[in-house]
Design a protein around this ligand. Structure first.
Ligand code: SF4
Length: 433
């Protein structure tokens, strides 16, 4: 026997709302769903009239419903917003390429401008290439860090006031649980905020903060919205998966648990000494960071230098790895310079020089049977290589063949005397740390 819609509209109920258990007809469900989001927006003061707002669009259910509802509410309540879509192409074959087609469809359906930024253009790497380099572990760390920054960059290009993301109530409850289970109190403190971002950053807002995932699926289904539902091919068995499974089990027993967990997260009192990191500007990319060099730059440096684990884990570990790498590079470069200089500047004395300089007058004066010069055999001229001097300066190193006083006078001379005739002796020159 049909159940009447709980609102008393006279129609039969078509569904039971997962959030409240109310039996509603389709139209009353749409109305309740949209009105709740409207209240979230107005109560949280997410937008101001005339704002340009970028909707972070992935083609999935959350962002598709978000774009659709924002467009509906913008018209219904005359928010006066300029809405546009912002998508990030991570370069994941079989996933993002297909989902971007859905975003393009959204662009046409909702008549919104669309901006797509790709990891390849921004960082020189696709996620496919990153996974090839780093394997299936930690790939989401790269993806998440790069996406966060890519969205910031896209939003800056579009000159928008804020970025609206499709985080729903389930996502937020999961995050609260995860932070409790990990004891990550600093994150727990901020994870329920409806608006995030600090001075100098473009704020992110979550209009779906109190919207249940199940209702989003229902809404998309009954509205026949086009969205992409395939999971990322690199989706890992991350810790979040356990929090999600736990939440789903709890939800079966007590559907209100999602709202209850969010409420708990919002009202938890965290000790004052638990402080959030101070934000500043990354010295490289100039985007906001809690470190001198932001995580995206560290990860990218690691990839480019063949040290993909550089940005994984603690920053002190990354610093150590980078220092080790730089020392190796310095030694390598210095070795190359030594050899190059030997070849170029050797004045041999009659026999073939063993250093490989191709001059045939070696005097075999040193223990290595390499040529030595007979005149002007001074350290001043040994450093007659501007490339070397730049390197020495850059790394604040000293030429071990010289005393400090001499060195300080040499740099300028040497640069001027780039055409040194190479009257060098001994083992030409060497640098030591
Ligand atoms: Fe990126 Fe991981 Fe999400 Fe895939 S699952 S899109 S790799 S963050």
């Amino acid at each position: 026997m049909p159940i009447p819609c709980k609102t008393g509209c006279g129609k039969n109920a078509m569904l039971k709302r997962p959030k409240t258990g109310d039996a509603l007809c389709k139209e009353c469900f749409f109305w309740a769903f949209e009105t709740e989001i409207h209240f979230t927006i107005t109560k949280g003061e997410l937008f101001k009239r005339g704002d340009y707002v970028a909707v972070a669009a992935s083609g999935g259910k959350d962002s598709t419903v978000l774009a659709h509802v924002l467009k509906t509410l913008n018209q219904r309540y005359d928010y006066g917003l300029k809405l546009m879509l912002l998508s990030i192409d991570e370069g994941i074959t079989g996933y993002r390429d297909d989902s971007l087609e859905t975003v393009k469809r959204n662009r046409d359906d909702y008549e919104m401008m669309l901006k797509i930024l790709s990891y390849k253009d921004l960082y020189g790497w696709t996620m496919d290439e990153i996974v090839e380099q780093i394997g299936r572990k930690n790939n989401c760390t790269f993806c998440g860090v790069f996406r966060r920054q890519a969205l910031d960059r896209g939003a800056a290009m579009l000159n928008v006031k804020c970025i609206a993301t499709g985080h729903n109530a389930d996502d937020i409850a999961e995050t609260v649980l995860m932070n409790i289970l990990r004891g990550d109190i600093a994150r727990l403190k901020r994870c329920t905020a409806i608006t995030t971002g600090s001075e100098g950053t473009i704020p992110r807002v979550k209009p779906l903060k109190y919207t249940y995932e199940k209702e989003i699926v229902m809404y998309a289904h009954y509205k026949q919205l086009v969205y992409f539902s395939t999971e990322c091919v690199f989706a890992p068995n991350a810790y979040r998966g356990h929090a999600r499974a736990l939440l789903k089990d709890l939800e079966k027993v007590r559907p209100s648990c999602i709202m209850d967990i969010i409420y708990s997260g919002e009202t938890l009192a965290v000790k004052e000494e638990v402080s959030l990191p101070t934000l500043r500007v990354c010295s490289r990319c100039k985007f906001v960071s809690s470190q001198e060099v932001c995580k995206a730059c560290v990860l990218l440096e690691g990839l480019n230098k063949g040290l993909p684990k550089l940005g994984i884990g603690k920053s002190s570990k990354a610093k150590k790895m980078l220092e080790q790498y730089q020392t190796e590079q310095k030694l390598k470069e210095i070795d190359e310079l030594n050899n190059e200089f030997k070849k170029k500047n050797c004045l041999s004395q009659g026999k073939l020089c063993k250093s490989g300089c191709n001059k045939n007058k070696a005097s075999y004066k040193n223990i290595d049977n390499e040529c030595t010069s007979t005149e002007n055999n001074s350290n001043d001229e040994l450093s007659g290589n501007p490339k070397l001097n730049i390197l020495l300066k850059e790394y604040s190193l000293k030429d071990s063949n010289k005393d400090d006083e001499k060195e300080s006078n040499e740099t300028e001379d040497v640069i001027e005397e780039n055409t040194c005739a190479g009257t060098h002796g001994g083992d030409c020159f060497s640098i030591a740390f």
